[in-house]
Design a protein around this ligand. Structure first.
Ligand code: AR6
Length: 169
């Protein structure tokens, strides 16, 4: 099942893992990354220090500490550079690698934020289209792997973009 909702991803408790839109260091930052580190508490930083960073389009997993879920999957989205730097493929890779990592850990319910569309300035309509089509592809490839994939979107314009992409997919 694929859904969208308006809200704060740190409050979501109906999934096994939430995805963080992190940066290469995995040591925290602004936006959703900052919110996740604040809500999870300092033990998260202790663990992410040991993960060796993360390349763009890749994913790493940690525990979730004070968050009401089991795990956090950290992925690093591409910085939008006019579409000339392989951004679409890299964003697709974020979603794919996050879900493959979830599968390796038996995680069946995953919440995503809108990766790359904040500080990294990826155009939201294109990001939504890539996000939805990639997740649908992975779910078709692994029909028994997931129970719920939900996007937790922080503002109504972003939610509109994902709802539109879901309708057109
Ligand atoms: N819950 C759900 N979505 C949120 C939340 C929240 N609590 N807070 C913000 N968003 P961004 P990026 C939305 O900038 O573009 C960080 O500094 C936000 O409104 O968090 O991938 C990292 O360390 C937007 O729609 O992520 C990196 O350096 C979406 O989440 C960099 O930002 C993504 O915005 C990553 O940039």
């Amino acid at each position: 099942m694929i859904e969208t909702m308006l809200g704060d991803i740190t409050q979501v408790d109906q999934v096994d893992a939430i995805v963080n839109a992190a940066n290469h260091s995995l040591l925290g930052g602004g936006g959703v990354d900052g919110a996740i580190h604040r809500a999870a508490g300092p033990k998260l930083l202790e663990e992410t220090r040991t993960l060796g960073g993360c390349q763009t389009g890749e994913a790493k997993i940690s525990q979730a500490y004070h968050l009401p879920v089991e795990h956090i999957i950290h992925t690093v989205g591409p910085v939008w550079n006019g579409g000339y730097s392989n951004e679409a493929d890299l964003l697709e890779s974020c979603y794919r690698q996050s879900l493959l990592l979830a599968m390796e850990h038996g995680i069946r319910k995953v919440a995503f934020p809108s990766i790359s569309t904040g500080v990294y300035h990826f155009p939201v309509n294109l990001a939504a289209e890539i996000a939805i089509s990639t997740v649908k592809d992975v779910m078709n490839e692994h029909p028994d792997a997931f129970d719920l994939i939900i996007w937790v979107l922080f503002d109504s314009d972003t939610k509109k973009a994902y709802d539109g992409a879901l309708k057109n997919a």
